[in-house]
Design a protein around this ligand. Structure first.
Ligand code: SAM
Length: 306
């Protein structure tokens, strides 16, 4: 069972403008919501290739799709390896790509990997559900330098008290290693001014976001996924990206802009699409979501036929 509610579901799928005979790459399967929509609309006439770094998500989505009548190939992998994934399936190019970034509500609520400051869990924060990942939140918090911590907090989450929080993290770990989420919440609380503790968003939100992005190398994965994904789109194919914070959205916007300047296509969304009032009413998580869609130039440079 998945509790994740898909964000900008109709907007993303209709924006991709898929047709019977097409191949769709869902780089972030999660609860399988976007792919399920494609399956409902096209049945077996659109092939769905799906990946997620989280093997639990892939297993759940596979169970769900085995009961549906659709053509799918799911695997545990990062979308940054789209080239190898498609090579292994003997697919040269796809017609639509979706990247719905970040984490799913299933991971927040059920993974026990420390994604939320609302539950006292071990500081893991890996998208991958396999143990043995090289980097965890615990390693970053207990081993990385104060300067790097500060850079992450500022660079990945615009945390204005980055330096103060980084200093407190280092002070605390000299006394005892930092193991659980509530310890991190306490550290942040002790580092920020009282006014900030009472702000509209929880004072630990940005710290958790920044550490998660660092653990999963999300920025580099996105850059690689965009570049390799673009290469594997057919002429006239579309790429839709849903991002959840300004750092991600900036990367997507700039990537689409560069491609346009080089004459390689254009964004079909002049401004990012955001959630309607109706969607926000049933899913507050959609509040920060921004959808941008890019169409690759229709002139085939000779590279990508399926
Ligand atoms: C917001 S959820 C996707 C939800 C999905 N679109 C749905 O409607 O059910 C994001 C998912 O992307 C996965 N993810 C994040 N980065 C990834 C990457 N680089 N490669 C593959 N999956 C990734 C996460 O593990 C998570 O399950």
């Amino acid at each position: 069972m998945t509790i994740h509610k898909s964000v900008l579901l109709n907007e993303a799928i209709s924006g991709l403008n898929l047709k019977p005979g097409d191949i769709f790459f869902d780089g972030t399967l999660g609860g399988g919501g976007h792919s399920k929509k494609v399956c409902e609309l096209f049945g077996r006439s659109v092939k769905i290739v799906g990946t997620d770094r989280d093997s639990q998500a892939v297993r759940r989505a596979t169970d769900k799709f085995e009961k549906l009548d659709c053509d799918f190939a799911f695997q545990t992998a990062s979308f940054r390896n789209i080239d190898k994934i498609l090579d292994n399936l003997n697919i040269k190019a796809v017609n639509g790509i979706l990247l719905d970034l970040g984490l799913s509500s299933d991971q927040i609520e059920e993974s026990s990997r420390g994604f939320t400051f609302q539950k006292d869990e071990p500081l893991v924060m890996t998208f991958s559900s396999e143990s043995g990942e090289l980097i965890t939140a615990g390693i970053i918090l207990n081993e990385w330098s104060e300067e790097t911590l500060s850079d992450i907090l500022f660079g990945y989450a615009d945390e204005r008290y980055a330096r103060r929080i980084a200093k407190k993290i280092v002070e605390r770990r000299q006394v005892k290693s930092i193991e659980k989420t509530f310890e991190l919440v306490e550290i942040v609380k002790s580092a920020v001014p009282i006014g900030y503790r009472k702000g509209r968003i929880h004072f630990a939100t940005k710290t958790f976001q920044a550490i998660r992005i660092a653990v999963n190398d999300e920025i580099e994965a996105l850059k690689e996924g965009l570049a390799k994904g673009y290469e594997r789109l057919v002429a006239g194919g579309k790429m839709a990206v849903i991002s959840f914070h300004s750092g991600e959205d900036r990367i997507v916007k700039n990537f689409f802009k560069e491609k346009k300047m080089a004459g390689n296509g254009f964004a079909t969304t002049k401004k990012p699409i955001t959630a309607s009032e109706e969607e926000l009413g049933r899913n507050p998580r959609a509040r920060s979501a921004k959808l941008r869609i890019f169409e690759k130039s229709k002139i085939d440079m000779g590279q990508n036929e399926k």
